[in-house]
Design a protein around this ligand. Sequence first.
Ligand code: PHE
Length: 341
Amino acid sequence: MKERLKELRETSLAAIHSAENTAALEQLRVKYLGKKGELTALLKQMGRLSAEERPVMGQLANEVRSALEDTLEQCRIRLEEQALARRLEAEALDVTIPGETHTPGHRHPMYIVLDEIERIFIGMGFSVLDGGEVETADYNFTRLNTDDAHPAREWSDTFYFTEDSSILLRTQTSPMQVHAMESRTLPIRMIAPGRVYRKDEVDATHSPMFHQIEGMAIDRGVTMGDLKGTLNEVVRRLYGENTVTRFRPHHFPFTEPSCEMDVQCHKCGGRGCPTCKGEGWIEILGAGMIHPKVLQGCGINTDVYSGWAFGMGLERLALRRFQISDLRLIFENDVRFLEQF
Ligand code: PHE
């Protein structure tokens, strides 16, 4: 019996030491120490021993039992530590693995030009205002001296929200003139960039949505000379010292007198080419002295104050600035195009 106990001790300890996980350990515990385990089976045979042998064997069996129990416990601790170490290693962050690359975007070419223009005007003491794209016909037309019969008010020209033509997507940034006169104290110098909408088909020079920058200055003794001087200076800072401009008479309901400003074509120097459609000049804005009716409608005393306003097309300025030939490229947002700026 002594031999069998020794043998059991050796084989069971070896098995316990080579167990690979705690589940295997538990199986071994049942196998040796459980109710139907091998040690228990041996102890049941003690009855067959002599009275002298019994306590000796009992003691030996107890030693084997506690050796098994101690070893099981030690192995359990060791296996749990190993499992934890393995898990930590598996979950660890490997800082040497190259990170995911995120290609940072950059400003759209049109907004690059807008930033340049804003900076020029801010340097001249202008504020930059922001306005809603949904307007009332009152601000978009009526208060800008544009009567009900004006062609710009046609359903074929304008996106209306209501049957009674009272709410619309603004067709121009000019309503910002009225908003500024109402909300600011004189003198006013402001620009207001933003989107405008007209029922135009898309082609190389048209889009139903485009951007304008409205500009306005109201003060005592403001003249057309101030308007020309300011706009010439802006265009020179934007396109270079030698930029040639001209002002042509025009008509807008809310300015009197009114004009359009052209910049000499950068491609042909004024001789005429496809870029300027053979004209030698490219129109960039409409402008004029603010009509007294518009000023008076906002409670401004026209005996004391006068003002000028302009509205320029931002896409056109961007096309010229970056020598882009087709307006659609501005809106299509093809990364291969945008990456060039
Ligand atoms: N709002 C006019 C347009 O869209 C441009 C303009 C603005 C003209 C301000 C005069 C004064 O064509």
